[in-house]
Design a protein around this ligand. Structure first.
Ligand SMILES: [Fe+2]
Length: 284
């Protein structure tokens, strides 16, 4: 698979276990509620009642265990099937946008890796990590609707070209609207060019108004763009890119998220050279 995956089944497992607990409580309460009833109806002795009760409960436990194990298996299979389908759609869309923008080869593979590592360090749960990964891969999907002469232009854009280019977050959200995770990922795409100080686009959101995962994507997107070769400039060194991120912390980027990302690199828990090399191998 060309993009790193960190899918988790823990949500489904938790949901089925919760359902099972409620079901067990209901069945056991029902069995116990019947004790006085059949004791009265059949005029039974205490020992017989306890015996019948024990048999009834044992059978109920076995049936519940087997039924819920089967239910979990089916749910996991269906969830995995949906996620496999999501993966295929995402990879196809990502390949389309990478094909369009020849200047950013391998950017999305690296971005997905950086985003996941940063997301884990920020303590995101599995569900958030999944949407973060989707958002990282799809954030620039709207560029497929922008003329290639603009998207791949090696030099600075004219005012008119910038006008066109700035449409890509909204177009990207529209492209992803039919996908089943669009409610979660659409806003990440729309707001990935907002700035912490409110001077970004498309809605000029500021600070906490910007979706949290968009702020994460914004940091890793900038770092990877800075440390990658572009037709109009060579890649910056990791140190220089870190310096620029630190300078823009609190104006362009969320200061806390930026700090955590820089900390990951400083403490060597994240090695950009390794990420670049892994992404190259995957893409090859
Ligand atoms: Fe973008």
């Amino acid at each position: 698979m060309p993009y790193p995956s960190n899918l988790s089944i823990s949500d489904t497992v938790k949901e089925v276990r919760r359902l099972k607990r409620w079901f067990q409580a209901g069945v056991f309460s029902f069995v116990y509620a019947l004790i006085p009833l059949y004791a009265f109806v059949f005029n039974m002795e205490k020992l017989h009642i306890l015996l019948i009760n024990a048999i009834g409960l044992s059978m109920a436990i076995v049936v519940i265990e087997v039924a819920f194990a089967e239910m979990l298996k089916l749910r996991l299979r269906s969830e995995q099937g949906l996620r496999d389908a999501d993966e295929q759609v995402i990879v196809a869309l990502a390949v389309a946008v990478e094909g369009k923008d020849a200047t950013t080869h391998g950017h999305l593979q690296r971005l997905a890796r950086y985003a996941l590592r940063l997301g884990e360090a920020l303590g995101l749960d599995d569900r958030q990590l999944l949407f973060l990964r989707y958002g990282a891969i799809l954030h620039d999907i709207g560029k497929i609707a922008i003329p290639e002469s603009i998207v791949s232009k090696p030099g600075p854009l004219s005012t008119d070209e910038w006008y066109e280019m700035r449409k890509h977050p909204v177009v990207g959200q529209q492209i992803c609207a039919p996908l089943r995770f669009s409610d979660e990922v659409g806003p990440l795409i729309r707001h990935h060019h907002e700035r912490w100080d409110g001077t970004g686009y498309v809605d000029s959101l500021a600070g906490d108004q910007i979706p949290y995962l968009s702020r994460v994507i914004s940091v890793v997107d900038a770092f990877d763009a800075m440390t990658s070769d572009r037709p109009y400039r060579p890649a910056l060194s990791v140190d220089e890119a870190m310096k620029r991120l630190a300078e823009g912390s609190g104006t362009q980027w969320d200061p806390v998220i930026t700090d955590v990302f820089l900390g990951l690199i400083r403490t060597e828990r994240l090695d950009p050279v390794e990420v670049q090399s892994d992404a190259r191998q995957e893409a090859a």
